[in-house]
Design a binder for this molecule. Structure first.
Ligand SMILES: *Cc1c(COP(=O)(O)O)cnc(C)c1O
Length: 225
């Protein structure tokens, strides 16, 4: 998508594409667009907020603390902030303070750190479990075959009942089988939220039943590293 369009226009186009995908698949258009603001300049985020965007995704705790605890503190209470990147256990307390939703719970040791942090902070964010649908060695996430045990242990040990599942399919494979699997697992285990689909494949994700899509570069333009 052209990088010269105003942010508000880009957002409108993405929202229209989400609606069209839902319609094609015969689904209600109630999906949530998470604007992935990682590594984006403040002025673009400001434009996105002005355009009416309320749900943002970040993948680093520290970047989010600075951005949403300082720069955009004035608007923070109106925003839903979602952690979509990997979380180290030693950052659990910071994460619990900054985020409304943590999408990347993927191990029991992190669950333990999160409940301890929640005890200190007073509340636990909404939790999604990251699933490694492609069983990739280098990728985080619970493997689909371990998911039943993981979910029952979470409940038994920490009384955590995740709101849903998220995945990042392997780069070099068609995404749809992974999306199909994640949706099926979400339903099989009685959860609500299925977070899947990024700039290149959010329409497929919507068609496969995503409740949340995470779109960064198609909304903001390329990230600045
Ligand atoms: C960066 C990121 C996105 C957004 O990626 P785009 O391709 O820019 O839309 C979505 N999900 C996760 C987990 C990410 O890290």
């Amino acid at each position: 998508m052209s990088d010269t369009l105003p942010i508000s226009h880009k957002r409108k186009l993405i929202i229209e594409r989400i609606a069209a995908s839902a319609k094609r698949a015969g689904l209600n258009n109630n999906q949530v667009l998470t604007a992935v603001s990682k590594m984006q300049p403040d002025f673009k985020i400001k434009e996105m907020i002005s355009a009416g965007q309320k749900v943002f995704g970040e993948n680093r705790v520290q970047e989010s603390q600075i951005r949403w605890g300082n720069t955009f503190k004035y608007i923070r209470k109106d925003i839903e902030l979602r952690l979509i990147g990997p979380l180290q256990s030693n950052k659990a307390l910071d994460a619990v303070k900054v985020f409304d939703v943590i999408e990347t719970l993927d191990r029991m040791s992190l669950a333990k750190a999160l409940v301890r942090a929640a005890d200190k902070h007073g509340s636990l964010p909404k939790i999604l479990v990251q699933v490694n649908t492609g069983e990739e060695k280098q990728k985080s996430g619970v493997s689909p075959s371990h998911l039943p045990l993981f979910l029952s242990e979470l409940k038994k040990e920490y009384n955590i009942k995740p709101a849903g599942l998220m995945c990042i399919p392997p780069l070099k494979e068609a995404a749809s089988p992974h999306f199909w699997l994640l949706k099926k697992l979400t339903e099989d285990y009685g959860m609500e939220a299925t977070s899947m689909g990024m700039s290149n494949d959010f329409e497929v994700a919507i068609e496969m039943g995503a409740t949340h899509v995470r779109v960064g570069s198609a909304l903001f333009g390329p990230r600045i590293y």
